[in-house]
Ligand binder design. Structure first.
Ligand code: CIZ
Ligand code: SF4
Length: 306
C-alpha cells in the first residue's frame, strides 16, 4: 500500500469513527503530515480535552497519551505503539517517589510532564518545558523546600537563571539531550558561522550556555519563525525540523548531532497508526484511583499556565 492510499483510508476511518489524530513534533514526518494537530505534549493534551471526537489517536510516547487520558477520561485514547515509552520518564519509579513523598511531607514536588501517571500521583504540580520556569518561579516565592524531577537539566537551568531558586533534583535525564556537549556546539558553530544555535532545556548547562535561545519544542519553532536570522543549529530532537521547514521554507536548519533521534518516538510508523485506527487497539487505561490523584497536578499546572 502506498502512503497516499494509507492516508486516504485513515481519513475515511477518521470520519466514520469520529476520530482525531494528534502527533508530537518529534514524530516521523509522514505521521505529522496526516495528523489533525501537531504540537507539544501540553498543547496536544489540551486539544484532546477540547475536541468532541470520540477517539483520539495519540502519536507520541506513553506518558503523553496518559496525560491526554487524564484530561479526557471519557474519551477513547489510543497509542499506536504501546511500547513507545520515554527513557527519562522511566528514570523515576513509583516506589522511589512515593518514599520521597513520605520522607519529605513539606516539600513541594514539581513533576516534569515526562513521568508516568503513577508517579504524578505524588506531585503537587506538573510542568512542561514551555511553562517550567514560570511555575518553578511561582513556587520558589513560597519559600518551601522543592523537588524537581525527573529531568535534572531543566532544574539546573532554572537555578542558574534565578539565584532565589533552590531545587532538590531527581537524578534523571534524557539520554539524547544530556549526551550533547559544548565541543559539539563549538564545532557546529565553526561549520555554520552564520547560524544561530538554539537548544532545548533538557540539554546540559554547558550546551545551554552556548545557545542564543533556549525553549520547548513549541518555543523553538516560534523563535525560528520570528527571528531575522536565516540559519539555525537545532539542539533538540530531529522531528521539530519538519515543522520548522514547513513554516520557514526560506531558512536552513542543521541538526546539532545525529544522536538527536529519539528511538522511542520513531517506533511509531504510518502502518502502526493505520492498524491502530482500524482495530481501535492499544487503549490507554488508568485505574480510577490513580487517575484522580494524578489529574490534580496536571489541573494545577493548567490553572497556573493561564
Ligand atoms: O512537553 C513536550 O512535548 C516535550 C517532551 C518536549 C517539548 O519541549 O515540547
Ligand atoms: Fe523522552 Fe528524550 Fe524521547 Fe523526549 S527525546 S521522549 S525526553 S527519550
Amino acid at each position: 500500500m502506498t502512503t497516499q492510499e494509507m492516508y486516504e483510508q485513515i481519513n475515511k476511518w477518521k470520519k466514520e469513527k469520529n476520530a482525531i489524530i494528534l502527533a508530537h513534533y518529534y514524530q516521523r514526518p509522514e505521521i505529522q503530515d496526516i495528523a489533525d494537530y501537531v504540537g507539544d505534549s501540553l498543547a496536544l493534551s489540551q486539544m484532546a480535552s477540547k475536541t468532541d471526537a470520540d477517539i483520539i489517536v495519540f502519536c507520541g510516547v506513553h506518558f503523553m497519551a496518559e496525560t491526554a487520558k487524564l484530561l479526557s477520561p471519557q474519551k477513547k485514547v489510543l497509542l499506536p505503539v504501546m511500547e513507545a515509552g520515554c527513557v527519562m520518564a522511566n528514570m523515576m519509579r513509583e516506589e522511589d517517589i512515593k518514599k520521597y513523598r513520605e520522607e519529605h511531607p513539606d516539600t513541594i514536588i514539581l513533576m516534569y510532564v515526562n513521568s508516568t501517571a503513577r508517579c504524578k500521583q505524588y506531585a503537587d504540580v506538573c510542568v512542561t518545558s514551555s511553562n517550567g520556569l514560570k511555575i518553578i518561579d511561582h513556587y520558589a516565592k513560597l519559600g518551601k523546600p522543592m523537588l524537581y524531577g525527573p529531568d535534572r537539566n531543566l532544574g539546573k537551568y532554572a537555578m542558574q537563571k534565578s539565584k532565589d531558586i533552590k531545587l532538590d533534583l531527581w537524578p534523571g535525564f534524557c539520554g539524547i539531550h544530556n549526551g550533547r556537549t559544548k565541543e559539539e556546539v563549538l564545532k557546529a558553530k565553526a561549520e555554520h558561522p552564520n547560524a544561530e544555535f538554539i537548544a532545548h532545556p533538557e540539554c546540559k548547562l554547558e550546551v545551554l550556555e552556548e545557545a542564543a535561545f533556549v525553549g520547548s519544542t513549541k518555543g523553538l519553532i516560534e523563535y525560528v519563525t520570528k527571528s531575522e536570522c536565516k540559519e539555525f543549529i537545532v539542539g533538540t530532537e530531529c522531528g521539530v525540523i519538519h515543522e520548522m521547514e514547513k513554516r520557514c521554507p526560506d531558512k536552513k536548519f542543521y541538526l546539532l548531532s545525529n544522536m538527536f533521534n529519539c528511538f522511542e518516538m520513531k517506533l511509531t510508523h504510518l502502518e502502526d497508526l493505520y492498524n491502530c485506527l482500524r482495530d481501535e487497539t492499544n487503549e490507554i487505561e488508568i485505574p480510577e484511583d490513580i487517575a484522580v490523584r494524578a489529574r490534580k497536578c496536571v489541573d494545577k499546572m493548567l490553572e497556573l499556565s493561564k
